[in-house]
Structures are given as C-alpha cells and as structure tokens.
Design a protein around this ligand. Structure first.
Ligand SMILES: Nc1ncnc2c1ncn2[C@@H]1O[C@H](COP(=O)(O)OP(=O)(O)OP(=O)(O)O)[C@@H](O)[C@H]1O
Length: 444
C-alpha cells in the first residue's frame, strides 16, 4: 500500500447469518451443508474506499446502514466475509459502549489493560497514568469496576486512553454524543490537535460534528457506499435525501432564486398581521461557575480570580433570558507588573465553535492601564444576550499582556462558566434572531 494511504478498503462485505430460532443454529451445525437453516443479511456489500494519511473522514447514513460494521472491520474487532482492509499505522478506536473494557475490572485496571493492548509498556502507562486520569476526570470512580459506570463516565475513560496511546489512526463511533459540554470540548480540542498529523474516521448522526471535524465524508446506504466526497457536499446530499424521505420527492434544497417571479401576491392578511407564536425564540439559560474545575493553563505571572455573568434587567438570579442585557465580569490578579493587561472572553457551543466574544485590547491599545504586582483588576463587557438553541455552552476567559501585535497569554480557562440553555424554541441554526415580519406570498 502506498505510504500516504492510511486505510484502504477493497470490496469489503460483511454477511450476518440470521437464524429464526436458536435451535436452527444447532441444526445447521449438525446438518452442515445439507440444508440451510439461516437467512443471509448483508450488512456491508462490496464497499471500497481509501483514506489518505492525515485525512478526516466522516461516515454518515441512516440507522442500520452499516457504519458501525465498517468501523469494527477497520479496527479488526469483526471479521469480513470477503474483501480486504489494510491500515498503515497504529489504530485506536472508540467503538460502541461496552466494547474494549472488562466490566469487572476497575477503571485503573482497564487503563493498564487497554493501553497494553495498544502496545504501551507498563512503564509507559505508569508515566502517562496521571494524564489519562486527569483527562477522564471521573474522580474516585477510577477505582470502581467499570460495570458501575454511567455511559458518560465510560466514554470519558475510553477516550482518555485512546488519547494517550500515540495512535496514527483514530476511529470514533458517536462517542461525543454522550459527553457533557466540558468533556465534549476537551475531546474536540484533542481531536483538532490530533488532526494536524493523524487520520480520523468518525461516525456520527450529528451533521454539525461531521462538518466541524471532517474534510471528507462517506454516505453508506443499506450496506452500500452511496456517495463519497467533500463533507459539505455529502452532508447536503444526505440532508436532501432525508427531507425527501419525510416530505416526498418534491422536497428540495434548490435556491429560491432558481425560480424568479415578478408580481407578488400576498397571502390573505389577517387582523393581526403576523402571529408570532411560532417565532417566539425566547430562551432561558442557567449559568454556573466552573472556575475551580476549569481546564486551561497559566504562566504563573497572573491569574483570573473570578468570572461571572450578571443580569442588568434583574430577571432572576442565575436564570437569564435571551435578549436581555447582561454583563460578563472577569477579575484577575497580577503576580508581576503588567504594562498592558488584556482580559477577554469567548462563548462556545458544545462542539467548541466560537459563537462570539470580545477582549479589552481595543481599550488597552489606545489607553494602556499598567498594573503592579499584587494588584487586582477587572474588565466587564455589557451586551444583549443572544437567543440560543437548547444545549450547553461554555465561556472561555483569558488574561494576557501586550498590544495588538505582541502579546503573551498568562491565564487561559476553557470553561470558566457553563451555560445551560433550556426551553428555547429555536429550530435552526446557531442563534435566534427576532423577526419583525414574516410573509407568505404568491409570485404571479
Ligand atoms: N451481530 C449481528 N447479527 C445480525 N445482524 C447484525 C449484527 N450486527 C449488526 N447487524 C445488522 O447489520 C446492519 C448494520 O448495522 P450497523 O450497526 O453497522 O449499522 P449502523 O449504520 O452503525 O447503525 P446505527 O446508526 O443505528 O448505529 C443492521 O441492520 C444491523 O441490524
């Protein structure tokens, strides 16, 4: 196999033998060849693909289309009926829950067992154990048998292991779906870093994760490779297909500009021009302080002491409403003198996408505010809270010193605040926008 190819799959097929009754399996063994007591089910049928070293490939498709089967075949946990698979480099996998760990062993024992399967020596695991434990961040559960773990804890530990075994190829099946926002972002940071040199094969039903992580995508349909290509293109074709499944063949993603119209006929107007019941995007969020558990790093020259979100509309403590005016306040202390300290924040969604943020650079650029060692200082940012879809978000905070062209980060906290948005009626996109008018009209 060419050295720039990480995974090569040729005419790969997997057939499961389905027996209607358990005794049929026994009969088949006894009367081997004379009669067939099973039905064949082809979960994968002559699939061929090539993944180049350093490529990130998402696998999409409906339930039962063969995605997990393909991943298991690539990882060698399942034998193919026919066809060939070649991998170039160390493959580490996060497959479905329950695979990989011995349920009776503790988390710690499973770390040692699993890492040794990936070729690490006991000394190497000893050296990395504290990093693995910190990545998993499951506290004292690490010494409990994994059969008592929640699915989230299980994935945390499994991900922590594969993140520390020097894999060349990572194979991940839907793992991010069970993690909370903080853990998901930790995984996303790891994967983004891994992607710089490594190869990723990633199964997900969450199209935003696929688009976020993968350059290419493969669409499997009833065990066949239906389409492969750039992730955006494949995601659009798949979305078109799912729309047609729901709404029939007329559903299309065609641009409205394809069918221009000149005259406009409006739908009959009612007394109330538009009933905005469906367009009420109000969303409520609860905010919790995560400063003590936040992931990040610091130089030691200064640190963030607190980060908080305050309501200026005084709605209610800890509950904020999309659209209301709020203030993010970040307080820090300098351990050495800073000539131009900068404080900033970024709001991120669970996949680590930056939604918005700001820092005090513009202010410090024009009017620097030096601080002496030991001085406490703060910045606050007042703004209208956007309307966000349901889900978890985090606020990243940072402390730096310098100007636009030359600045040094001193404290960086990925998840200083955690925001939980509930009861949002936003159905599409990353934010809700207040609509002034919505009209349905005929073009004649
Ligand atoms: N051990 C098995 N015996 C019989 N059929 C199986 C077995 N494992 C999987 N299948 C069948 O093979 C098909 C493909 O399964 P697979 O788990 O690969 O699908 P998938 O695309 O990953 O689905 P999902 O999105 O639901 O996870 C399904 O119809 C499934 O029922």
């Amino acid at each position: 196999m060419c050295s720039d190819v990480a995974i090569k799959v040729s005419n790969l097929s997997k057939c499961y033998l389905i027996y209607d009754r358990p005794q049929d399996r026994l009969k088949q063994m006894l009367f081997r060849g004379k009669r067939q007591y099973y039905k064949e089910f082809w979960a994968l049928d002559s699939v061929s693909l090539e993944v180049k070293r350093g490529e990130t490939v998402g696998i999409i498709g409906r339930n039962g289309s063969g995605k997990s089967t393909l991943l298991q075949l690539v990882c060698g946990t399942l034998n193919a009926t026919s066809g060939e698979i070649t991998t170039n480099g160390k493959v580490a996998a996060l497959l479905e829950l329950g695979s990989g760990f011995n349920p009776e062993f503790t988390g710690r024992e499973n770390v040692y067992m699993s890492a040794s399967i990936y070729g690490l020596t006991k000394q190497q695991v000893d050296d990395r154990y504290s990093q693995i434990e910190a990545f998993a961040d499951i506290g004292e559960h690490i010494d409990q048998p994994v059969k008592n773990y929640s699915s989230g804890m299980y994935v945390r530990l499994a991900f922590a292991v594969i993140a520390h075994v020097d894999a060349d190829i990572l194979v991940i099946d839907e793992a991010l779906a069970v993690g909370d926002a903080v853990f998901t972002q930790k995984c996303m940071r790891f994967i983004r870093n891994f992607k710089k040199n490594g190869t990723l094969l990633f199964v997900s039903h969450d199209m935003s994760s696929v688009l976020n992580l993968c350059q290419h995508a493969i669409w499997l349909h009833q065990g066949n490779l239906r389409q492969a290509g750039p992730a955006k293109e494949i995601a659009e074709s798949y979305l078109q297909y799912t729309l047609q499944e729901v709404y029939g063949d007329n559903a299309s993603l065609k641009s409205i500009s394809d069918e221009p119209g000149e005259n406009v006929e409006r739908a009959e107007e009612t007394d109330t021009p538009t009933d905005f019941a469906l367009l009420n995007y109000d969303s409520q969020m609860q905010v919790s302080d995560n400063l003590n558990d936040a992931n990040g790093w610091k130089s030691g020259s200064g640190e963030i002491l607190s980060a908080s979100l305050e309501s200026l509309s005084g709605v209610s403590e800890n509950v904020y409403v999309g659209g209301e005016t709020v203030r993010i306040r970040i307080r820090a202390v300098a351990h050495v003198a800073f000539d131009q300290p900068i404080l900033g924040f970024l709001l991120r969604d669970r996949l680590g996408q930056d939604l918005f943020g700001e820092n005090t650079l513009a202010f410090t650029h024009i009017k620097p505010m030096p601080v002496a060692a030991g001085e406490v200082f703060e910045a606050y940012f007042t703004f209208r809270l956007p309307m966000l879809p349901n889900g978890q978000y985090v606020v990243m905070t940072s402390l730096a010193n310098g100007d636009l062209y030359n600045n040094v980060q001193h404290h960086w906290l990925h998840d200083a605040l955690i925001l939980n948005v509930s009861s949002s009626t936003i159905r599409w996109g990353l934010v809700g926008v207040p609509f002034d008018e919505v009209v349905l009209q005929k073009l004649t």
